[in-house]
Design a protein around this ligand. Structure first.
Ligand SMILES: [Ca+2]
Ligand SMILES: [Ca+2]
Ligand SMILES: [Ca+2]
Ligand SMILES: [Ca+2]
Length: 416
């Protein structure tokens, strides 16, 4: 409010009013009935009248407040600022001198009284303004709600090739908005090796879920029913003559409808997956290398799968008993009994070590990396020099992934 005009009215029942006087904030006495107050703040207006009989009225006082200052701008905040599929609650804070608190949602709406946080259910702009008791209005402030997404993502699916194929078909999705794919290892592509369907699952940033199901029917196949029975065998004991930890598992499906996907399980865990060619009714064969198994019993089964189903093999057991190296033998050539001699290690036949260790009186004094060529012989020579007179105890060790195998202990006497 820019200024205040105060009109002083007076009346006298006998002689009539001669003049009216006033002063502002204790200042000089002025005559008149119109007082204009322009400066901000609280003003004391003193006024009185004199009648024609020269009677002076008692002075009267009134307080006039002038407020020319608009309220501070309201501030606006939201309880959720990250992408959300929920409503967003918007809170407006008004300054203490805002006697009137107003808001609106959307530029074209009407101002309404603010009493509690506003529930915004779709992206929009919230406006706020305050008004003080004198009618001064603040600036309009606003907050843009843009993080609400209640729309589930969708996707288009592309098939490559889309025409008839004897090979695989790759289905790739293109989502309608940025998503995280929550299955299929996070990949937007899925490879079909036979006709069927696969559902991609994904989620947008606001947490809305979407699903797209790819259906492939354009893969032509030689097979017309689920695969023939796979039969497993192994070569352990035949490959090296040893039941060591390295061998092969072979699958043969001798005759019948073919599998497109081969899976081999070891003790119930999938350890190999291979894609096979469908050349039904011809046989199928595949081999998996198994390496580094510890002593123990291993149970294997295989699955062959095509568009018509899955056929599982029986269980095939492999026993590993010779995973650790064969026992080495140590010898020496100290015929003269002085302090210089060689300690030799020989392992004549068996599971190889990958490292040789020689201990003297329990202390490791020599190490050598060996070539693993199971079941061939292995040997190593350690040169011992300048030994003092005394008795020395030597022990050799062959080490591989499965453990260490020790030789017998050998005594060498140094006599001069
Ligand atoms: Ca004010
Ligand atoms: Ca969305
Ligand atoms: Ca073997
Ligand atoms: Ca010697």
């Amino acid at each position: 409010m820019n200024h205040v005009t105060v009109n002083l009215e007076s009346a006298d029942n006998l002689s009539g009013v001669a003049a009216t006087y006033y002063s502002v904030d204790g200042g000089i006495q002025l005559a008149g009935t119109t007082v204009v107050l322009t400066t901000e703040g609280e003003h004391t207006l003193t006024y009185w009248s004199v009648d024609n009989a020269n009677n002076v009225e008692d002075h009267k006082t009134t307080i006039v407040k002038i407020d020319k200052t608009s309220p501070e701008d309201a501030t606006i905040s939201a309880d959720l600022t990250v992408p959300t599929h929920n409503d967003v609650n918007v809170t407006i804070s008004y300054p203490g001198d805002a006697a009137v608190k107003q808001y609106k949602v959307g530029a074209g709406s009407s101002w309404a009284a603010y009493t509690a946080p506003i529930v915004v259910s779709g992206n929009d702009t919230v406006y706020a303004r305050g008004m003080d008791a004198a009618g001064n209005v603040s600036n309009v402030t606003y907050y843009v709600v843009s993080n609400i997404d209640k729309t589930a993502p969708t996707a288009t699916i592309l098939y490559n090739p889309a025409t008839s194929s004897t090979q695989e078909v790759v289905a790739t999705i293109t989502p309608s908005e940025p998503v995280v794919i929550t299955n299929n290892g996070g990949s937007s592509s899925y490879t079909f090796y036979y006709n069927g369907s696969f559902s991609f699952e994904y989620i947008d940033a606001a947490g809305n879920h979407g699903t797209s199901t790819a259906v492939v029917s354009n893969i032509s196949s030689q097979s017309t029913a689920k695969p023939g029975a796979p039969i497993l065998s192994d070569d352990n004991g035949y490959d090296t003559g040893l039941q060591d930890g390295n061998y092969h598992i072979a699958m043969n499906m001798w005759n019948g409808d073919n599998g497109r996907i081969y899976k081999l399980y070891e003790n119930g865990l999938l350890i190999d997956t291979k894609i096979l060619v469908d050349n039904a009714p011809n046989a199928q064969a595949i081999t998996t290398s198994i390496n580094g198994r510890m002593n123990g019993t291993y149970q294997y089964y295989a699955e062959l799968t095509n568009a018509f189903g899955t056929t599982r093999s029986g269980t095939h057991v492999v026993t590993v008993t010779q995973a650790a190296p064969a026992k080495p033998v140590v010898s020496n050539n100290n015929w003269d009994g002085d302090g210089n001699f060689n300690v030799s290690m020989n392992m004549w036949w068996g599971t190889n070590g990958s490292v040789y260790h020689l201990y003297e009186n329990g202390i490791l004094i020599y190490a050598q990396v060996l070539t693993n060529n199971t079941p061939s012989a292995q040997s190593a020579i350690a040169i011992i020099a300048n030994k003092a007179i005394g008795t020395y105890e030597y022990r050799g060790e062959l080490v591989n992934y499965a453990g260490a195998t020790s030789s017998d202990t050998m005594i060498v006497n140094v006599t001069h």
